[in-house]
Design a protein around this ligand. Structure first.
Ligand SMILES: Nc1ncnc2c1ncn2[C@@H]1O[C@H](COP(=O)(O)OP(=O)(O)O)[C@@H](O)[C@H]1O
Ligand SMILES: [Mg+2]
Length: 297
């Protein structure tokens, strides 16, 4: 059930709505700036659920802010601030936006998702089971579910308008040189971040990045980065290939939904309180483990 603290949707009359995504409400501040507001919406199987997940929006925003700062020496990013006190006055008038908002530089976003996989899970595992390859890359025989890959692989996908992610040769979409650059940056972020995350006791099984160009044409990292919505985080100490790992994300939700007779088209059924609460706890734990701090609630 929605509590006073959860936010399923925002509506800020003074600001034009730029985009309402599955999770974020994006407002236009001016020609060059956007406000990304992470709500407590959760999507599963590409459908937004009616039940909010407490603290989720703040976790996504503050964790992304943490990573943008940490990764800024690898690649510039869109983040100006996620500190509510530093926001323009028109934002600060709305307490509902506190903690969950990020002021960013507007980008021309590349219509691709830059996915890096270090382990065999999700669609990668499905592909391997049937084809002994992942997105066209042949892999050695005999790999198990969740096995670590010898080298992380880059498996870009298009951002299809309908929300589903197709595998494509993304080179045609963005050009050879840009494609090579995004691949190299994505792998570097994954490798660097994985090293750090291991010191927090976690593994990044796979993750998705989005990039765009700023006004001057420079590439920058945009959207969210290394959150439980864009990544699979596993406990390093409990990691054991051969079966699914407990993941710091919406795994409880997916597992619950799989027990229902729901055809995965809208409308999605509500979540029982204990599933919503367990999911909220997982998101908070991810934040705490990765940053070493408690989230300001
Ligand atoms: N700096 C930016 N400039 C323009 N668009 C951005 C920027 N950062 C993120 N976005 C876009 O804002 C949207 C964020 O909302 P989200 O809920 O993730 O939407 P979606 O359902 O499309 O994934 C995404 O479409 C993302 O590509
Ligand atoms: Mg998104």
């Amino acid at each position: 059930m929605a509590s006073a603290q959860t936010v399923l949707q925002t509506s800020i009359s003074e600001l034009p709505l730029f985009h309402r995504g599955k999770v974020r409400d994006v407002y236009e501040i001016d020609d060059e700036h956007l406000l990304l507001v992470a709500t407590d919406r959760l999507s599963a199987f590409d459908v937004v659920l009616p039940t909010p997940i407490e603290h989720k929006g703040k976790v996504l925003t503050q964790l992304s802010a943490f990573w943008f700062d940490k990764l800024k020496n690898i690649v510039p990013n869109h983040c100006i601030t996620a500190d509510f006190e530093e926001m323009p006055e028109v934002v600060r008038r709305h307490e509902v936006l506190r903690g969950r908002s990020m002021l960013v530089r507007k980008a021309e976003v590349f219509p691709v998702e830059c996915i890096v996989r270090g382990y065999l899970e999700g669609s990668g595992w499905k592909d391997y089971k049937t084809n002994k390859q992942v997105c066209g890359r042949a892999l050695p025989p005999g790999l198990q579910h969740c096995d670590k890959l010898l080298n992380p692989i880059f498996t870009p996908a298009t951002k299809a308008a309908q929300g589903h992610d197709d595998q494509v040769e993304f080179m045609q979409l963005i050009g050879h040189d840009t494609a090579a650059e995004l691949k190299s940056i994505s792998k570097e972020i994954y490798t660097d971040a994985s090293e750090y995350v291991l010191t927090c006791g976690l593994i990044i099984a796979d993750t998705k990045f989005e990039f765009g160009r700023d006004k001057k044409g420079n590439i920058m990292l945009v959207d969210e980065v290394l959150t439980p919505d864009s990544s699979r985080f596993w406990d390093a100490s409990k990691y054991e290939p051969g079966h699914p790992q407990l993941s710091y994300d919406k795994q409880f939700v997916r597992e619950y939904l799989e027990t229902l007779d729901w055809d995965k088209t809208p409308p999605a059924p509500p979540l029982p309180q204990e599933v919503a609460e367990a999911t909220s706890r997982r998101y908070l734990q991810a934040y705490e483990k990765l940053t070493g701090n408690q989230l300001e609630l």
